[in-house]
Design a protein around this ligand. Structure first.
Ligand SMILES: Nc1ncnc2c1ncn2[C@@H]1O[C@H](COP(=O)(O)OP(=O)(O)OP(=O)(O)O)[C@@H](O)[C@H]1O
Ligand SMILES: [Mg+2]
Length: 1049
């Protein structure tokens, strides 16, 4: 995450910028040697390296040069998260690392589109190859080069198997120089690569010094190859069986698993795209070398040689695709041509052996060259196989064998050290150049720096006609008597006077011999130290070609790789054949030119001890390397003027808290800001200079004081940072919450509005359908009026349900719309029925009885008798005379006939109409008139002829008894206050419903013995029963009045 333009981690801490570890300098030293107090002290330099090494800080800068100390152990500093830390971060903003150099070169390449190169140097075992692999890894992983990145890394493995070997110094020493171009496409992704190799140490194929091994691939094949493969190649698994593998008496290396590495190699080869045939040809060559090594010669007569190990020779020939006898012949004889005539001369034992070794070296060399070419084809850009294409910027990696001094140094060491020397020269030239360029750009006066320029040694080696290479080539080619001793003599003649060249007996100007040098040695005073070279074998190794007969034989080889290399060699073979040293010189010059055209970055590798022990820091060894790598020189050049330089932005950004004017923000130009800052800090004039874009500080002390002041200021700043961070955090939180609230609000409002709109839409639809329905309401049920009609029905039913009549007597019924009129009627009927059913089912027997009687009363009296309406509202009682009030004797007389009803009446005599109070009791079959103690009259219902009452409001009842029966006394005239009740009950019991007469005016009645009387009913002012005119009984009743007794009941 970035905050105010700076990297911060999760907790919000500003990522440690490089200077911040200045505070820990007592423990971990300085990260940039430029900040060493005493830049002239080698001891201080080494102490700084030691301190950092002790803390596993293997990287330190000298300005932009990275010094790397081999930790001899795996460190957890090359992981993907580590790579991510360096991605896109400025060089000085973060701790020194090989990734920082990689990133810096990458960014420079992206920004300027100019080619970059990273020069990795150091002595054997110092970690150059590892460094180059880390750089490749960084580009492959961090810049998404999935397949190409993989192939780049795989090709490194392949080259290691064929070109690396165990030496005394390094278990995985590169025995060839390597320059690798990584091409980037416009997106900044690695898109192609190209490898150039320099001078493979082919002599190792046939000979290894004690404690060393041949190239890894031989051991890997024997250890890891399947039984079938070994059988096919006629090989045995034991390396001791092969002469070329036993010279160094060290076929196993503790730290290396040949078996595993064989798998790695096979995987890498298949990933790169080696087909079956290619692989077979390659392995045939590797195996043929082993067989050749076992080919032995015996000395015959007259010095002639013959082959003694036919089997080995046959195997070698088979694998090389040659005829065994032809090859044997070529190895033991050579062709001479003189004056147009050819002669075949036998070789002596030594010559035959050296021819065999030369052949082994040559075929291995061809295989290696072919391999590199094949790798290049696989790495080449898809659409462009020419790596010199300039449209894609490249980053070149130079990993060339380190300076090497052995007990016995030969031609190989001479070449290796020549390379070192050349690269050192390039380094000095380019460092000085860039330093000078910086001063010029910044417009600061250049101060001359004294340093050792090794050009003088390079000249000694490569000078035309006079230099060692020129003399060596001359001697190698010269016809006639030649030899290593003669070569040494020539060298003495040519270079004897040079101060950096020493031979036996060579004296200095003052006559002293510097150091004893053996007679067959010469000594070179390399920039990295003195080395004695044994001239033995120089000419032979330099003349790195096969004799003619061998060449002719090899031309017939069936092995495609050999044929290919051979034909190319023939094409390039000029009149004057190229010797090895000359070739190296040429390719190094080419490389120098190539590198000089690029922006260089440097990685200087240092090994901490000679025994590959982790944690051991051998001061003497390190001092030696520091010297010959010219690290002190580099430091002196960079420190000549100023110890520290930073862009104005970086300086102001870091130290602005120290000046009130610049803290927390400076709004003017950065230059003015820096000027204000240094003025406030009180820098003395001369102690610093302001360039165009950078500030230069002369002494580290000044910087340290400033740094210490910054540290003292930090708590205050921390508080400020805390405050602003908290503010920022809270603001962010508040914004988040606010945003959330708004989101919820708007969502809720949206929902509400949508609901409202939906409701409105529904309402509108409803209204519309109602209106439509209303218009079509009189039509048959159709789509237009369906809703309306349904609604009408529904609302009618709803209204109805609330306004249903609750009693049968309530005749009201809500008015129904027309469309439901019929249903309404049905419902009404149903409802009434329902009420009736409910009423009926809910009715009690007594009440039912009451109702029956009332119905009967209604049938008889309704609209017949005036007093009827008043009687409707009054209940008929079961009896009006309690059982207790009936005389016991009467009851006994009645016996089992139970009195069903009793009522007090007034009986009028048939004659004279005298009123007599009586109890009128009804049983089921007869009625009796009872005076207080006895039954006066008994009237069987069966004998009852009829019942008459008047239509007026009186209580008169006339019970007609037929007079045929002489025993009968005639009709009974009774007056009762409850006439309606009495008549009803009597009519019911006597089943005389149809014999009750309600008459107006007069009623006739029969008396005893045929006598007849009349009762007149009149409507008077008050109720009165009295004897009227003509012997009639006059019953006067007021209109609507009931008898006072009935009223009182
Ligand atoms: N950065 C590193 N981290 C861990 N181990 C390392 C590192 N650099 C080097 N080594 C160890 O040191 C050994 C030698 O390193 P390397 O092969 O890179 O040396 P070199 O400089 O290429 O030597 P030569 O000139 O002989 O090829 C490696 O095999 C590895 O074990
Ligand atoms: Mg190496």
């Amino acid at each position: 995450m970035r905050y105010q333009g700076r990297e911060v981690d999760i907790e919000g801490r500003v990522r440690l910028v490089m200077e911040s570890t200045l505070t820990a300098r007592d423990r971990v030293g300085v990260q940039d040697f430029l900040l060493l107090e005493n830049h002239n002290s080698e001891a201080a330099f080494i102490e700084n390296l030691r301190r950092r090494f002790r803390e596993n800080l293997i990287y330190t800068y000298i300005g932009s040069v990275l010094v790397s100390v081999n930790p001899c152990k795996e460190l957890e500093i090359y992981s993907k998260p580590q790579m991510d830390r360096y991605r896109g971060v400025g060089f000085y903003e973060i701790a020194p690392h090989i990734f920082a150099v990689s990133e810096n070169a990458y960014r420079a390449m992206r920004n300027t589109s100019k080619g970059q190169c990273i020069l990795i140097s150091g002595e054997s075992g110092a970690g150059k190859t590892e460094a180059s692999k880390k750089i490749l890894l960084y580009y492959a992983v961090n810049h998404h080069a999935s397949t190409l990145g993989d192939r780049l890394l795989q090709s490194a493995s392949v080259l290691e198997a064929f070109g690396n070997a165990k030496t005394l110094r390094n278990d995985n020493s590169s025995r060839f120089g390597k320059y690798m171009d990584v091409q980037f496409d416009f997106k900044g992704t690695p898109a192609g690569g190209h490898i150039t190799t320099y001078l493979l140490e082919k002599s190792r194929v046939v000979h290894q010094n004690h404690g060393q091994r041949n190239f890894h691939v031989f051991y890997q094949l024997l250890d890891g190859g399947s039984n079938e493969l070994l059988q096919m190649l006629d090989l045995e698994r034991n390396p001791q069986n092969y002469d070329y593998l036993v010279k160094g008496s060290c076929s196993k290396v503790g730290s290396v698993s040949d078996k595993n590495n064989w798998k790695v190699l096979m995987n890498a080869l298949s990933a790169i795209g080696f087909t079956g045939d290619d692989l077979q040809n390659l392995l045939n060559i590797v195996a043929s070398v082993l067989h050749l090594g076992n080919a032995q010669f015996g000395e015959g007569e007259e010095g002639a040689t013959h082959i003694t190990a036919q089997m080995a020779m046959a195997n070698a020939a088979k694998l090389l695709g040659l005829d065994a006898s032809t090859l044997g012949e070529a190895l033991t004889h050579k062709k001479l041509s003189a004056k147009g005539e050819e002669a075949i001369v036998p070789l002596n034992f030594e010559q035959a052996m050296s021819a065999r070794d030369a052949l082994a070296r040559a075929v291995y060399g061809w295989a290696f060259a072919w391999l590199v070419e094949k790798l290049n084809r696989s790495l080449a850009l898809q659409d462009d196989t020419d790596h010199s294409n300039k449209t894609f910027p490249v980053i070149g990696l130079v990993d060339i064998y380190g300076f090497e001094v052995l007990q016995r140094n030969s031609f190989e060491q001479f070449c290796v050290n020549y390379c070192s020397e050349k690269l050192q020269q390039l380094f000095i030239a380019l460092t000085l150049r860039s330093e000078q360029e910086e001063y010029t750009t910044e417009e600061i006066a250049w101060e001359t720096v004294p340093y050792f320029d090794n050009k003088i040694i390079c000249d000694l080696i490569e000078e035309k006609h006079k230099g060692i290479v020129a003399v060596l080539d001359e001697e190698s080619l010269r016809p006639g008597e030649t030899g290593d001793a003669l070569f040494l003599e020539k060298l003495e003649d040519s270079l004897g006077a040079r101060p950096h060249f020493v031979t036996y007996g060579h004296k200095l100007a003052n006559g002293k011999v510097r150091k004893p040098v053996s007679p067959d040695h010469f000594r070179l005073l390399h920039y990295a130290g003195e080395v004695n070279y044994d001239v033995a074998g120089f000419l032979e190794k330099n003349n790195d070609s096969l004799n003619r007969s061998l060449k002719e034989v090899m031309r017939q080889s069936d092995n495609q790789i050999i044929r290919l290399c051979f034909s190319r060699e023939e094409v390039t073979e000029q009149k004057r054949p190229q010797m090895a040293a000359g070739r190296l010189k040429k390719s190094l010059l080419k490389l120098s030119d190539l590198l000089a055209a690029k922006e260089p970055s440097y990685v200087r590798c240092v090994k901490a001890n000679d025994t590959k022990q982790p944690g051991q820091f051998d001061q003497v060894l390190v001092r030696h390397q520091v010297r010959y790598l010219g690290l002190m020189e580099t430091l002196r050049v960079r420190r000549a003027g100023f110890a520290y330089r930073r862009s104005f932005e970086a300086f102001l950004q870091r130290y602005k808290p120290l000046c009130p004017a610049t803290w927390p923000n400076w709004y003017g130009s950065v230059e003015d800001g820096v000027a204000a800052l240094v003025e406030h800090l009180g820098y003395h004039e001369g102690e610093y200079k302001l360039g165009r874009s950078k500030i230069f500080i002369r002494n580290p002390k000044t910087l340290f004081l400033t740094e210490d002041a910054l540290q003292a200021k930090k708590p205050e700043m921390a508080l400020m940072v805390q405050t602003s961070w908290r503010g920022y955090r809270e603001r962010a939180k508040y914004k988040r919450i606010r945003h959330a609230v708004i989101v919820i609000q708007s969502a809720w409002r949206g929902t509400k509005a949508r609901r409202r709109a939906k409701r409105r839409r529904r309402a509108a639809d409803l209204i519309r359908s109602l209106i439509k329905g209303f218009i079509y309401r009189h039509q048959d049920h159709c789509a237009e009026n369906a809703y309306f009609l349904d609604h009408v029905r529904y609302s009618f039913l709803k209204r109805l349900s609330k306004n249903l009549p609750t009693s049968v007597l309530d005749k009201s019924w809500p008015a129904s719309p027309r469309s439901v009129a019929e249903a309404s009627e049905h419902l009404r009927t149903l409802h009434v029925r329902n009420m009736v059913v409910k009423y009926c089912t809910g009715i009690r027997p007594e009440w039912k009885n009451q109702m029956t009687q009332k119905v009967v009363a209604s049938q008889i009296f309704k609209e017949q008798k005036d007093s009827y309406p008043q009687s409707v509202g009054r209940l008929f009682l079961d009896t009006r005379i309690e059982r207790e009030r009936i005389n016991l004797k009467v009851l006994q007389t009645l016996g089992s006939d139970k009195v069903q009803y009793g009522v007090p009446v007034t009986k009028y005599d048939r004659r004279g109409f005298k009123p007599r109070p009586r109890q009128f009791l009804l049983s089921n079959t007869f009625a009796v008139l009872v005076d207080r103690t006895r039954i006066k009259e008994r009237l069987d219902y069966a004998a009852l002829g009829g019942i008459s009452v008047s239509s007026l409001g009186d209580g008169m009842v006339i019970l007609h008894v037929p007079t045929e029966d002489s025993k009968q006394k005639g009709d009974l005239l009774l007056h009762c206050d409850h006439v309606i009740e009495l008549v009803t009950k009597l009519a019911l019991m006597a089943r005389m419903l149809n014999h009750v007469n309600v008459k107006a005016g007069s009623v006739r009645f029969a008396g005893a013995r045929g006598h007849e009387g009349v009762v007149d009913f009149v409507r008077g002012s008050e109720l009165k029963v009295a004897k009227g005119k003509r012997g009639h009984l006059l019953v006067d009743s007021s209109k609507g009045a009931t008898s006072s007794t009935s009223r009182s009941s």
